[in-house]
Design a protein around this ligand. Structure first.
Ligand code: NAP
Length: 259
């Protein structure tokens, strides 16, 4: 049995939609007060409305993780609303596709800016508050794409997701004396608004490549993130947990076919 997280406070960047919203819901169900962020106010508001009435209070802040000022404002708001900050889920991310020969400097900057720099900025902004909490937890949403696998069109995206893992290993060492852990969840293909936009053909192809025979749910990722947030996970830091239904395991097409 894990110690209750009731009354703790979490920020979930990109919590207005998709995986972030799933993390927010899982945490709120566990009694954690959650502040979700996103750039689109209507999505933030819709998420807050949908998650009303949970054991943990869910509120929103419109904010862009590429802005250090916005990140500082999100942290200040969470502390103001709930008196402390215990957990940060650095989840906001984008995954536009582009072949290497077509990538412009702006394309690369945008993906690295949101996915990598945005992760660093929210961690930097939260450090003092997480130190004060005495049991700070940072959970980064990376991906199997980049750290483990490749997919044509996502070289810049994969690099940004691998960069997050490079960051957490040294961050784990710097933060350990402050009793803060930092770990990453590496989702496989999870049904979200973003994934649905990739089209049915993409989703069917991915489902066929997953030994579990299904795409992941946002709750699958929420539960993994919740584990890293527990007191019992306090000795785990700088680590990555793949949550993909076994997608990265098959050595060949035959390995999948023989199930
Ligand atoms: P999604 O449904 O498109 O949601 C992305 C969220 O991030 C939204 O709330 C979005 O809101 C927010 N966001 C994007 N850019 C932002 C910015 N600059 N500042 C603040 N918020 C921003 O995507 P998702 O599938 O849930 O992906 C979430 C994370 O999971 C990403 O880091 C992604 O790389 C990772 N991931 C997803 C999958 C998958 O299968 N879905 C697999 C592996 C990894 P706004 O656009 O309104 O800002």
């Amino acid at each position: 049995m894990f110690t209750s997280l009731q009354g703790r406070t979490a920020i979930v960047t990109g919590g207005s939609k998709g995986i972030g919203r799933g993390i927010a819901e899982t945490f709120a169900d566990a009694g954690v007060n959650v502040v979700v962020t996103g750039r689109t106010e209507s999505d933030v508001d819709a998420c807050v409305a949908a998650l009303a009435g949970k054991p943990g209070a869910v509120s929103g802040v419109k904010a862009d993780v590429t802005s250090q000022e916005d990140c500082r404002r999100v942290v200040a708001t969470a502390v103001e609303r709930h008196g402390a900050l215990d957990i940060v889920c650095a989840n906001a991310g984008i995954f536009p596709s582009g072949r290497i020969e077509d990538l412009t400097p702006d394309d690369i900057e945008e993906v690295i800016g949101v996915n990598f720099k945005g992760t660093v900025y929210i961690v930097q902004a939260a450090l003092a508050a997480l130190t004060d909490s005495g049991h700070g937890r940072i959970i980064v949403t990376s991906s199997i794409t980049g750290p483990i696998t490749g997919f044509p069109g996502w070289s810049h995206y994969g690099a940004s997701k691998a960069a997050q893992l490079g960051f957490i290993r040294t961050a784990a060492m710097e933060l350990a004396p402050k009793n803060i852990t930092i770990n990453a969840v590496l989702p496989g293909n999870i049904v979200t608004e973003g994934l649905i936009e990739m089209g049915q053909e993409y989703m069917d192809g991915m489902t066929a490549a997953i030994p579990a025979g299904r795409l992941g749910s946002v709750a699958d990722i929420g539960n993994a993130a919740l584990f890293f947030a527990t007191d019992e996970a306090g000795f785990i830091t700088g680590q990555s947990l793949v949550v993909d239904g076994g997608q990265v395991l098959p050595e060949s097409q035959e390995a999948i076919g023989e199930q």
